[in-house]
Design a protein around this ligand. Structure first.
Ligand SMILES: Cc1cc2nc3c(=O)[nH]c(=O)nc-3n(C[C@H](O)[C@H](O)[C@H](O)COP(=O)(O)O)c2cc1C
Length: 167
């Protein structure tokens, strides 16, 4: 990818592969599979490291978690055991040596100045391989754990724009 962005030198998201690959949801129980079958992903740190190393050594460009603060209930309580994504990315950043490591920020849950500081710190830990996925939050019981009603859909994106300008 032709770019003057200084991150191109360190972050595989800017490499020459036209089609980039990533893993998703290796920080949350069940990963992305709502099922009771044996062998679904269990959220332990050794399991995270094992999968991340396989992806990293295979040349996958991105390791992307899910920002989740509670499970969805029911028989599987999908994603009910979940690692917070900034601290997860910081830990993983010194284990996975090649891939870009993402955190996910729910804008109503993380102050933009804290987000900027955390992101910068993790970018140093990873040698310039950090990336941030910014989301507005849609799962009402989860967002309301932070003490405010969930915003109406359009308002969420206005708020996100302001959040980005501050960060
Ligand atoms: C690649 C990808 C990753 C996402 N990760 C999360 C996440 O970690 N947490 C979350 O609450 N929502 C996540 N979302 C959902 C989005 O924030 C958003 O709710 C969805 O794209 C639908 O848009 P809307 O809520 O504006 O209708 C993700 C969406 C995509 C496409």
């Amino acid at each position: 990818m032709a770019t003057d962005d200084p991150r191109a030198a360190t972050n595989p998201l800017f490499n020459d592969n036209k089609f980039k690959l990533g893993t998703f949801a290796i920080n949350v129980s069940n990963g992305a599979a709502i099922t009771t079958v044996d062998g679904v992903f269990e959220t332990t740190w050794p399991n995270v490291i094992k999968l991340a190393k396989i992806a990293d050594e295979a040349g996958i460009e991105a390791i992307v978690p899910v920002a989740r603060w509670r499970g969805f209930g029911g028989e599987t309580n999908f994603n009910g055991t979940c690692f917070e994504t900034y601290t997860w990315a910081a830990g993983l950043g010194s284990v996975a040596k090649n891939a870009a490591i993402f955190a996910i920020s729910h804008v109503p849950a993380v102050h933009p100045i804290l987000a900027a500081k955390q992101a910068t710190t993790i970018d140093h830990i990873t040698g310039g391989r950090f990336a941030l996925n910014i989301v507005c939050g849609w799962f009402q019981p989860e967002m309301e754990m932070f003490g405010r009603p969930i915003m109406e859909h359009e308002k969420r994106y206005e708020y996100a724009t302001e959040w980005l300008n501050i960060a």
